[in-house]
Design a binder for this molecule. Structure first.
Ligand code: ATP
Length: 598
């Protein structure tokens, strides 16, 4: 990726609200000008007060000017801040939407290559860190820098020696500041890296809490977690200790403008070069520089955090994308054809997990993919849903290469249910409704019924309205799978892929769900990946896949006679089932016997 200046990138993000941002700066400048009026007013009042006439009207008029200046300052600062906040939040909204959209259009591999901690850090924290400086920097930094400049120019116009004296502390403060800033960039980069690491480790810890508990690894013994937290604390403390002297020195010298202006003013007054009111005016002006300069120094840190936020967001925005056609194609046949498909997750030829796969799923047929673990079954399913692009060959639906379809059209054609079923943090009804957001409530309930969900959902206190997060804790893996199947049923696409979609379901419910799926997918092109071969024995064709290659295909009967691998798989499946039935019999016997004994 070409290295671009972060400010340039930020300005490109800010395109939609350039007008508002320009207006915000303009109003900030008016506010600064307003803020300057009281200085002028106080000077005139002192002058008037010290003069012989002591005109009350004059004093009153300048008091009015002071008040007007103050009102202008507050009013325009307020308007400027409102505009800059609107701009900042619009930019954040745009950035978040764009990054989320990017993740949708990037190949799944590119997204999964980033850790959840890193993504969360960028999309939530880093992008958020752009807001405060952006919203406050425009009005505040412009006024904090502009006001001292105006004040110093005025001081020079009163007397060039007073101008110079007011700046006397700047070089003195610049020395410790330069020392402190010498390692700032390097240290800040290391801080961000350490921050990223600690974030990723925390997310990993929370996500894997079940495993941590299973292996009795308490927070203390979870070495990776504690190491990350402790080393982050040590790093930040060491950094703080290495800079606090120089930064405190800077912050104490910089505002001491009186150090120069007071002796210079007294000397100029004694020598008769400046009148008393001019000295007083200069001293008031010199005091006015202090606050803004201090605030401007504090923005250094915020600018850096904004730089990182912008750079990280930009990195996501430049992730590679699946190429996508805009124009929807007319498709009225729903057969799927894989033509000489090869695929490697890494892009390297040596890592091919699919090798020259050609198979066809005729429209309305039921195809099952079986084979040893790691053979590439799920990979085929993911490629049809275009989570990745094939490395070689092509996949067609209704005669059209899926790369020529907009992703939204492909999503309208294909439903994909896996064994990892994610429930969103909304009600169960809404989770199912996601299959087809425009579906009526009755349709959602009917889908839930068809997927055998009703019985366990009605058991929940709030039924279909139970929040999935709350329900998730009470739902078994099989129940979550049934919700995902209901979502698929509601989506009602012509092509359905089920990848171990009922693996967690108990045999009794599995039979019911299978029945429901088969009747609901009648006429649809159905691809099922299953380890329990009994569930796919009636498939129109069973494709046996091993080590990324098709070993054989045909109906169950055929395969049992001609495919050794399938025969072995079937026999071990039947053996396992007999064993399971026997152990169930034992249990049943045990329970019956217990009852008898009682
Ligand atoms: N995201 C990934 N990145 C890299 N390699 C992967 C990825 N997912 C799967 N693989 C590898 O690709 C190969 C095929 O995996 P796949 O999940 O398609 O097999 P499978 O037949 O579905 O296995 P199972 O029956 O165990 O689910 C395996 O060697 C696996 O390690």
């Amino acid at each position: 990726m070409k290295k671009e200046n972060w400010l340039k990138i930020l300005l490109s993000f800010a395109k939609p609200c350039r007008g508002k941002m320009t207006a915000s700066v303009l109003f900030a400048v008016i506010s600064v000008a307003g803020g300057f009026l009281p200085y002028l007013g106080v000077y005139q009042i002192i002058k008037s007060f010290l003069s012989e006439e002591k005109s009350f009207d004059n004093i009153l008029m300048w008091s009015g000017v002071c008040l007007l200046g103050y009102i202008l300052k507050v009013l325009f600062y307020g308007i400027s801040t409102v505009l800059s906040h609107i701009s900042a939040y619009t930019i954040l909204e745009g950035l978040r939407l764009k990054t989320a959209d990017k993740l949708m259009h990037a190949p799944l591999g590119a997204v999964q290559a980033k850790s959840i901690g890193n993504l969360k850090n960028t999309i939530v924290d880093r992008i958020e860190s752009i807001e405060p400086p952006l919203a406050h920097m425009i009005p505040e930094l412009s006024s904090n820098l502009l006001l001292p400049v105006v004040v110093i120019i005025t001081l020079f116009s009163v007397d060039w020696r007073m101008g110079l004296a007011s700046m006397a502390t700047i070089p003195a403060a610049a020395i410790p500041m330069a020392i402190g800033m010498k390692t700032f960039n390097r240290q800040y980069a290391a801080y961000m890296k350490a921050n990223d690491h600690v974030n990723s480790v925390i997310v990993e810890y929370v996500e894997g809490i079940e495993v941590v508990k299973t292996f009795n690894q308490t927070t203390k013994s979870y070495a990776k977690f504690t190491d990350a937290v402790v080393s982050f604390q040590k790093f930040t403390l060491a950094w703080f200790q290495s800079t606090w002297k120089s930064m405190n020195l800077t912050l104490s010298i910089l505002p001491s403008t009186f150090l120069g202006t007071l002796p210079a003013g007294v000397a100029l007054y004694i020598s008769g070069k400046l009148a008393i009111e001019e000295v007083a005016f200069c001293l008031i002006l010199a005091m006015g520089i202090v606050g803004p300069l201090m605030k401007a120094v504090q923005f250094i840190n915020e600018c850096k955090s904004m730089e990182y936020g912008v750079k990280d967001a930009n990195e996501i925005l430049h992730m590679e994308e699946l190429t996508e056609k805009k124009q929807r194609l007319k498709i009225n046949r729903y057969g799927v054809e894989l033509k000489h498909v090869s695929f490697s997750y890494t892009g390297n030829k040596e890592d091919m997990v699919l090798k020259d796969i050609s198979m066809s799923l005729p429209e309305g047929s039921f195809t099952a993919l079986v084979g040893p673990s790691g053979g590439g079954k799920s990979t085929i399913a993911r490629l049809i849903a275009r989570f990745w692009d094939v490395t070689g060959g092509s996949i067609e639906i209704g005669g059209e290469d899926i790369k020529d379809l907009p992703l939204s059209q492909l999503s309208d054609l294909v439903s994909f249910v896996t064994q990892d079923n994610f429930l969103f943090d909304c009600s169960i009804k809404e989770n199912i409704g996601m299959g087809r957001p425009e579906a009526a409530e009755e349709e959602v309930l009917a889908a839930a019924r068809a997927a055998q969900c009703e019985e366990f959902i009605t058991r929940l206190e709030k039924g279909f309205d139970t929040p999935a997060g709350e329900a998730g804790k009470q739902l078994s893996g099989g129940e979550k799978q049934r919700i995902a199947i209901a979502r698929m049923i509601l989506k009602n696409t012509p092509i359905v892929i089920l990848d171990e979609a009922t693996a967690f379901t108990d045999p009794e419910n599995e039979a019911k769900i299978q029945e429901a799926i088969l009747s609901l997918t009648k006429g649809k092109t159905l691809l099922v990946i299953a380890h329990r071969l009994s569930t796919i024995q009636n498939a129109d064709q069973i494709v046996v896949l091993s080590d990324g290659k098709i070993i054989d295909s045909g109906a169950q009967k055929e395969l049992l006679t001609k495919c050794e691998l399938y025969k072995n798989m079937w026999e071990s499946h039947i053996g396992a089932r007999k064993w399971a039935v026997k152990s169930m019999d034992k249990k049943t016997y045990g329970t019956a016997k217990q009852k008898e004994d009682c």
